[in-house]
Design a protein around this ligand. Structure first.
Ligand SMILES: Nc1ncnc2c1ncn2[C@@H]1O[C@H](COP(=O)(O)OP(=O)(O)OP(=O)(O)O)[C@@H](O)[C@H]1O
Ligand SMILES: [Mg+2]
Length: 438
């Protein structure tokens, strides 16, 4: 699997105005919602004037509350079940993608919501003192500002033509931000060098960890919202999976996704070590639930890569104990739990807290250096290294937590590691009443 196909990487709260509360077409707040600026009679060159206006606009939006959206709301909106006066027939997504009314409904919501989320990110990054004057972070901030301005300049997508135009702005935005992960990794690396810390010391810097956790959580939300909208607009051929609503599968199969992740991880391991351990899938292989398959695939691939690497490095290629993927679930369970279990020698207790850091890796430092070399460019395909950046675990946990799940790692040094992915089930009543995507 190519990481580039994932939402998080490339291409591809809390005052809550829930999507369910929206009328068919959401009234869009235009420039008039910005408080009037103080009049000044002192002459200022136009460029300074417009720059300060743009900053005020950004600051204003950066103070507005974000709207949380649940997975349930995304699914129902995609099916056209939340249109005003609609019957609730789920035929709004057909071969030519979502209906015009659904597209306009979602576009109007995004037109109002995305500037708020983008402004939050830009303002938060600007206020993170650890990253002050970091050229990589400044690049990321400039992408957020460019996208913010493009959205603010775009008319409300209240008819088909305007919606089409809005979609092209969203597609550009999706691409513009596609290098964010690697750029933020460069930023963290540069900061670490500036502080003169080792990777291990840097991994315990709490403030940086917290600000990166917040940043990636928010980034996942933004990319889900845009990705879902663009996916719903796409044409669906007769061979399209009828259980897919945009990015969301109504019947996500852990077994199918695990099989693909195993193939990709073993391919990557074979390439480095010439062989790879076997991986067996056990437990409820028949289980399906509503989820975003690309998120589950990302988590499984990252955890499997780690287990394969640890197994080969501990045992060599001639005597590799097999790795197990165990799926535990039943109708009454709160979560579907997936365990990836290896006998790869485990993680020393002193390193357990560091594995959640965005730069902690025990791979050869030369790999990190080469990934982060500016001219090499990001390559997150299966041709990327088996390990090296130190992002696999923290980003996987960000995905798992996004919809109220979690990632937990238990390790026995000298034996092996068990990683547990908790996926909350959408049909759980508690989940339906909760809002995510902050
Ligand atoms: N199953 C495991 N067995 C032993 N060590 C592990 C295991 N999983 C993770 N680790 C340790 O945790 C570190 C961080 O893992 P993480 O996946 O976040 O980054 P990485 O594998 O080094 O690089 P990448 O971003 O390419 O995945 C690894 O370098 C390794 O030392
Ligand atoms: Mg890894």
């Amino acid at each position: 699997m190519s990481r580039s196909s994932l939402l998080f990487t490339k291409r591809n709260p809390k005052s809550v105005v829930h999507l369910s509360g929206f009328p068919g077409i959401i009234p869009v707040r235009g420039m008039s919602s910005v408080p009037p600026k103080k009049k000044t009679w002192k002459f200022r060159p136009l460029s300074t004037h417009s720059t300060s206006r743009a900053s005020e606009d950004l600051a204003y939006y950066g103070n507005k509350k974000q709207t949380a959206v649940s997975l349930q709301a995304l699914m129902e909106t995609g099916l056209g079940n939340r249109l005003d006066g609609s019957d609730t027939s789920p035929d709004e997504v057909n071969f030519s993608g979502a209906s015009e009314r659904v597209k306009i409904q979602i576009a109007c919501f995004l037109h109002r919501e995305l500037p708020i989320r983008l402004a939050h990110r830009a303002v938060d990054l600007e206020n993170t003192k650890e990253f002050a004057d970091n050229r990589h972070v400044n690049n990321v901030i400039s992408w957020y500002k460019t996208s913010f301005k493009a959205l603010r300049a775009c008319p409300a997508p209240t008819d088909a033509a305007k919606e089409e135009h809005f979609a092209s702005i969203c597609a550009d935005m999706y691409d513009r931000h596609s290098h964010t992960l690697i750029t933020m990794a460069m930023a963290a690396h540069e900061l670490r060098n500036k502080l003169g810390k080792s990777i291990s010391e840097f991994a315990t810097a709490r403030a940086i960890q917290q600000s990166l956790d917040d940043f990636y959580k928010s980034r996942i939300g933004i990319r889900i919202l845009i990705g879902q909208y663009l996916a719903l607009r796409g044409n669906r051929g007769p061979d399209s999976d009828p259980t897919m609503i945009g990015l969301i599968s109504q019947k996500c199969s852990v077994k199918d996704i695990a099989e693909k992740a195993i193939r990709d991880a073993r391919y990557m391991c074979d390439r480095v070590h010439g062989d790879s351990p076997e991986v067996h899938i056990l437990g409820r292989t028949d289980q399906t639930f509503p989820y975003i398959p690309s998120h589950l695939e990302y988590m499984l691939l990252e955890l499997l890569k780690n287990s394969l690497r640890a197994t080969v490095e501990t045992h060599g290629v001639d005597n590799m104990p097999r790795i197990k993927v165990v799926i535990a679930d039943s109708e009454d369970n709160e979560d579907c739990v997936i365990k990836i279990s290896d006998e790869g020698g485990g993680i020393p207790r002193s390193n357990i807290s560091k594995v959640w850091s965005y730069l902690f890796t025990t791979a050869d430092p030369a790999i990190l250096e080469s990934i982060l070399a500016e001219d090499s460019g990001p390559d997150f395909a299966t041709s990327s290294p088996l390990a090296g950046l130190g992002y696999g675990i923290p980003i996987s946990r960000a995905y798992a937590r996004y919809f109220g799940g979690d990632l937990v790692i238990m390790s026995m040094e000298g034996y092996g590691t068990d990683s547990y992915i908790y996926v909350p089930k959408l049909n759980d009543k508690q989940l339906q009443s909760r809002d995510f995507l902050s």
